[in-house]
Design a protein around this ligand. Structure first.
Ligand code: GLY
Length: 409
């Protein structure tokens, strides 16, 4: 059972008060984003050629993900969980600037992912197809994109197991887990909700709700922090393990996972208006925003319980996901003004010392994200999903400032 703890705004302000006068120019940040995106676009073809030559016969790289430790561009094939973020980012850039050039680029990179609509081997369909085709559909109404979204939802639905009441997240790591469900999976429900809206077929909605309810029951600790991986016995639906994959420890709070939880239950509330999801999102927000290890600039360390804090890498991607989620949550919750203030604080930080120099970082926008510290990969680097959620949050911030509805489906 979940119960509501109203976030006492005054108490929260005491824990994590933003410095006075934090602000930044949206126009300047957008200009930087355009400069950077143009550089990234130029660098992609030679980087792709190089990667193809180095690994002939491997799936063709299509979308930029990050940088190697020596600063080379990492471009990933369509099947990679991050492939949808760059096309989605270009769509958001077209929305933010109104420029046709970004829409043309968005269309080009989106088209490269279409084959994923029938790839049933992963839960990451929403990240791949909804951030790209979904954002594209919202902005263009292209019926071909609608068809891709519906096929992708049909494919994702094949991973739903009624006995567990969840989508199966991963097919890999089966030596460790029998039926792993990860908190990240909440983000892919957006695709299913959209499919019901677009088709009138309630099957997808019901799967999304079942998954959200099962995750709500099993993924959270009493303080509303989330486990990363919950493993189930698929025959009985019983939980067998609660563990981590990208966090510091099984009982720690991996920063981006907390962001996925916050954003995930906020979108579930948007789609269902079930107050249980609103309370869950508020409770997760309280965990994040009142945590003693949340730094003064609001950009989390990669794990709230990382042992070397304050000498641990940050995760700007977690901050971007949390800020975007908080902006939306601010429109639903009585704590809205405080959520918006906290999101503004994070965005001011990201738009300051976390922003890449013009021409730097091979065209990525944000610095200082962490992909997987335990895996020893992508530590203190730019990541395509940090840029995507930052741009989304920037658009949400602008809408709120104008008193307009948020640009969501
Ligand atoms: N979904 C994988 C991650 O957040 O790193």
């Amino acid at each position: 059972m979940s119960y509501r703890i109203l976030l006492p705004a005054a108490a929260l302000a005491l824990v994590a008060a933003p410095a006075a006068g934090q602000s930044f120019s949206q126009r300047k940040v957008l200009k930087r984003a355009e400069t950077q995106a143009a550089i990234l676009q130029r660098q992609l073809p030679p980087a792709i050629q190089q990667q193809v030559a180095a690994a002939p016969g491997k799936p063709v790289p299509v979308s930029p993900r990050s940088l190697t430790p020596t600063g080379e561009l990492i471009v990933v094939p369509a099947r990679d969980w991050t492939s949808g973020f760059f096309p989605g980012y270009l769509w958001l850039l077209s929305e933010a600037t109104g420029k046709a050039q970004w829409q043309a680029a968005a269309r080009e990179y989106t088209a490269r992912l279409e084959g994923e609509k029938t790839n049933a081997t992963t839960h990451d369909m929403g990240f791949k197809v909804y951030c790209s085709f979904g954002t594209g559909y919202r902005l263009s109404n292209d019926p071909a994109y609608r068809a891709v979204i519906l096929q992708a939802a049909r494919t994702l639905s094949t991973r739903f197991y009624p006995k567990v009441g969840s989508l199966l997240s991963w097919d890999h790591s089966r030596d460790k887990w029998a039926f792993p469900v990860i908190i990240d999976n909440m983000m892919n429900l957006e695709l299913l909700f959209a499919a019901t809206r677009l088709s009138g077929d309630s099957t997808y909605y019901k799967i999304a709700v079942a998954h959200a309810n099962t995750t709500l029951k099993n993924h959270f600790r009493p303080d509303y922090s989330s486990y990363h991986v919950v493993d189930y016995d698929s025959a009985s639906g019983r939980v067998t393990k609660r563990q981590t994959h990208q966090g510091y420890a099984h009982e720690s709070a991996w920063a981006r996972g907390q962001g996925w939880a916050l954003y995930g239950y906020t979108l579930c509330y948007r789609e269902t208006k079930n107050p249980v999801y609103l309370r869950q999102a508020e409770n997760v927000a309280r965990f994040i925003l009142t945590h003693p290890n949340l730094p003064a600039d609001g950009v989390p360390y990669w794990d709230f319980n990382a042992p070397g804090i304050p000498n641990e890498p940050r995760d700007a991607s977690a901050a971007a996901v949390i800020a975007s989620g908080l902006y939306e949550l601010s429109t639903y919750s009585p704590n809205g003004a405080e959520y918006r203030r906290q999101a503004d604080r994070m965005m001011s930080s990201l738009a300051g010392k976390y922003l890449a120099k013009p021409g730097g970082s091979r065209g990525f926008l944000l610095l200082h994200s962490t992909g997987s510290k335990p895996g020893g990969t992508e530590i203190d680097v730019p990541l395509s999903y940090a840029d995507y959620y930052f741009m989304e949050a920037l658009l949400r911030r602008k809408s709120l400032a104008a008193g307009a509805a948020l640009p969501v489906q």
